[in-house]
Ligand binder design. Structure first.
Ligand code: WT7
Length: 572
């Protein structure tokens, strides 16, 4: 089917006059949509939940939750009460105060969302942790953030190295029949008993909201701090890009451990008063289609890896379900292959709309709008009010079709506020001319569409998850058999990239299948399953600079049969 054969979506927020709007738009227009523009009282959780609970949307479904054991609906009014109860529990038993860091480490469940909103209502900064993290990953994040309170489950508690975390004062457990002792509290029981009234902590626009840890090419994961002001862009992009309208049933498949799962799994949909579908449990193609059919999902936001897995599961499955409710389908996180766009047109009769942003940008930056002619393979155009460009290493703007750094003019509403405990790292993102430099290379065509080329650094994107090679290498060299390790992303048709480790063994160790499996398990248990190398290759020695840095670029060249480039800094 030709792309032109499908009509573009026409809607209230279509940007037919994109170019006009792009030039004129000022975010002050969006500010008027919030109640704080009149009252002066600011808190994202109020705008996302309470404001609707105090309006005609009181009895509208806010959350439709489903997993293998539960199937529940919560209205905006119920969400208001439950998040108030969560806030009371945290304040009364966890001594939570404005600015404290409260972390949430648990699988998706309604309680996770109540706890997250409750935390925000107390004025504390919430830190969501992906449930697959193992002890090392959990320790790094709780330690760096100085978390005072943790909300988790009895099953995950063994992965929390409590005795190494002197700043962690209270732990709340979500579950049945929790045995309370010292600073271990039964969150579920206390939630039921708590007062449904809570007086929200009003904050300033630049006060901390959420900390998302993400990986770079060097060092430990860094804590990207976002502030309440980000709601301006969460809200506006949910209208422009997700195209959310009053009667939509919206489903974002991302986990709140990652930024897509909060900015667009929580904030965007609820700031706009939209009914939000949350599905717990693991990925199963059949149950995904069933979710769309049973809930009548109209707007669906997912990731290239998920679409490729659905594609791999076969088109016969799609035919068993009625997916006619779908109006708008979107993708983020990795390059969306034109192949997948064509598949989407075939099986869903919809274009999949790609968009680009990252943890640090807090919200969507470049997008194929619902109404726009998309170019398969392109990420689209910048949001009105945002200036994006391709710049060289000195910060000079490059003309169309020249490859360079994808950069954004500093000052968009959802821009990160700082890197926690590391202001120098924060400043290192910026270039002369006020450019935030993304770490991606791209080019722009003459019509202003942006085309992704690759990462400038060594960051690996595997199944849409960002993995720092340094973290994996550090974990690998803790293994007694390993002398040196270098880790790269290797292109993969389904996962985008897979993690490949090159390893030099210590004397006395032999490269056996058992050792390979043991090493994989070692990373899985120590960091997270998605960080474990799928491929391991043994070498006597790894390429290093004279200062001892592993040259990943050379490893990559070996792997892909490419020229190794300048080797003048390599040791003999
Ligand atoms: C990196 C950011 C916030 C989205 C989830 C990932 C890559 C993101 C695209 C896209 C090609 C993309 C970039 C970016 N990326 N969207 N549409 N096309 N690449 O957030 O974990 O902070 O990763 O994801 O490389 O820098 P993240």
């Amino acid at each position: 089917m030709k792309l032109e054969a499908l009509p573009v979506i026409k809607g209230e927020y279509n940007l037919q006059n994109y170019d006009e709007k792009y030039k004129q738009f000022d975010w002050v227009e969006t500010e008027k949509e919030f109640s704080w523009s009149k009252t002066g009282k600011i808190n994202l959780a109020y705008e996302a939940i309470d404001r609707h609970a105090e309006s005609d949307r009181k009895d509208k479904a806010a959350l439709l939750y489903k997993d293998d054991n539960r199937d529940e609906t919560y209205t905006f009014d119920e969400m208001k009460n439950l998040s108030n109860q969560a806030a009371n529990v945290l304040k009364n038993f966890g001594e939570v105060e404005k600015g404290d860091r409260v972390f949430i480490f648990m699988p998706r469940s309604p309680e996770l969302y109540m706890a997250l909103l409750g935390t925000i209502k107390t004025g504390a900064i919430v830190g969501p942790l992906f449930e697959a993290f193992m002890e090392g990953a959990v320790r790094d994040r709780l330690e760096d953030s100085g978390a005072k309170v943790l909300i988790t489950t009895p099953e995950l508690l063994p992965r929390v190295p409590v005795s190494d975390l002197p700043e962690l004062k209270h732990i709340f457990l979500v579950g049945d029949n929790i045995e309370e002792k010292d600073n271990l509290h039964d969150f579920s029981a206390k939630l039921k008993q708590a007062d449904t009234a809570f007086s929200i902590e009003w904050v300033n626009r630049e006060d901390g909201l959420i900390l998302h840890y993400t990986s770079g090419s060097t060092g430990k994961p860094k804590g990207v701090l976002h502030v309440h002001n980000a709601m301006i862009q969460h809200y506006q992009s949910a209208k422009w890009v997700l195209d959310l309208k009053e009667n939509d049933i919206y489903w974002c498949t991302a986990d709140p451990g990652w930024v897509t799962g909060t900015s667009y799994g929580i904030f965007g949909p609820w700031l706009t008063g939209t009914t939000n579908v949350i599905v717990g449990g693991r990925f199963k193609p059949e149950s995904w289609y069933k979710t769309i059919q049973d809930y009548g999902v109209t707007v669906w936001y997912s990731a290239p890896t998920a679409f490729r897995m659905l594609m791999g599961a076969g088109d016969e499955i799609v035919e068993k379900y009625n997916l006619s409710s779908l109006r708008h389908v979107l993708s983020v996180g990795e390059p969306l292959n034109p192949e997948v766009v064509r598949w989407g047109m075939k099986v869903f009769n919809k274009r999949i709309h790609d968009n680009w942003w990252m943890t640090e940008t807090g919200a969507q930056i470049i997008s194929n709008y619902a109404c726009m002619e998309i170019k398969p393979g392109s990420m689209g155009k910048p949001l009105p009010g945002i200036v994006a460009a391709i710049v060289d290493d000195q910060g000079n703007e490059l003309p169309p079709h020249r490859m360079g750094n994808l950069a954004i003019k500093k000052g968009w509403p959802s821009m990160m506020h700082t890197i926690w405990n590391n202001q120098a790292k924060y400043e290192s993102y910026f270039m002369p001319g006020g450019w935030y430099v993304s770490g991606d290379s791209a080019y722009m065509d003459e019509e202003g569409y942006f085309w992704f080329q690759g990462r400038v650094d060594d960051v690996i994107m595997t199944s849409g998850e960002r993995v720092g090679p340094f973290e994996v290498e550090s974990k690998l060299v803790e293994h007694p058999a390993i002398a040196e390790a270098g880790v790269i992303g290797k292109p993969d048709p389904v996962r985008g990239e897979i993690i490949k480790a090159f390893i030099a063994l210590r004397d006395g160790y032999e490269p056996t299948e058992e050792l390979i499996e043991e090493i994989r398990q070692f990373v899985k248990q120590g960091l997270a399953a998605h960080a474990a190398p799928r491929e391991i290759e043994f070498r006597d020695k790894l390429p290093k600079t004279r200062s001892g840095k592993i040259m990943r670029r050379v490893l990559k060249a070996w792997e892909l049969d490419l020229p190794t480039g300048d080797l003048s800094t390599m040791e003999d």
